[in-house]
Ligand binder design. Structure first.
Ligand SMILES: Nc1nc2c(c(=O)[nH]1)N[C@H]1C(S)=C(S)[C@@H](COP(=O)(O)O)O[C@H]1N2
Ligand SMILES: [Mo]
Length: 156
């Protein structure tokens, strides 16, 4: 037996995205497929410290990615988490209109980026590592699921 198993494909580091609904899946194979179906979206967002920014993004619709797992019917939000643990909590209807961007203004991104129409800057998570379906109670504050909500101190 050799140390490395040639039958196990190596995931490109920094590119895997986990999706967690009723079950958990890796999206690496989907995102790395050369013929993955993508959309173009112009999205602008407000950074509390730097002002409004606009860019053209090319990416994979979140709705297509979510199809890979069973999303529990009680789901209210998707928690979008970066590789270094930065988190935002986005209403599921809003998140399903969004995309995991692979290019910004025609330039390839090193890591997938979450965008959605009308998203607040702090919730446009860079270097996405996981999307997790959560069910919040009506009286629950989504900022408890976030590193920093759009109302708190800006991290950039
Ligand atoms: N992983 C991660 N994503 C992040 C942040 C961060 O600190 N870490 N900052 C957020 C904030 S506050 C803003 S305004 C935007 C800024 O994105 P830009 O530099 O591409 O305009 O990224 C958001 N996404
Ligand atoms: Mo920001």
């Amino acid at each position: 037996m050799s140390d490395t198993d040639p039958a196990t494909p190596r995931e490109s580091p920094g590119r895997d995205v986990r999706i967690r609904g009723a079950d958990e899946r890796s999206l690496a194979a989907v995102l790395d497929r050369p013929d993955v179906s993508t959309v173009d979206r112009s999205v602008s967002y407000e950074c509390l410290s730097e002002g409004r920014r606009n860019a053209d993004w090319l990416g994979v619709p979140v709705a297509d990615l979510v199809d890979a797992v069973e999303v529990p019917p009680a789901t209210t939000h998707l928690v979008v988490e970066s590789r270094d643990g930065y988190r935002s909590c986005v209403a599921v209807d809003e998140a399903l209109e969004g995309l995991l961007a692979l290019e910004r203004d025609g330039a390839k991104l090193d890591h997938p980026r979450f965008l959605a129409p009308g998203i607040e800057g702090p919730r446009a998570v860079k270097d996405v590592a996981a999307l997790t379906a959560v069910a919040l109670d009506p009286d629950e504050d989504r900022s408890e699921y976030e590193t920093s909500g759009s109302d708190s101190t800006d991290s950039e």
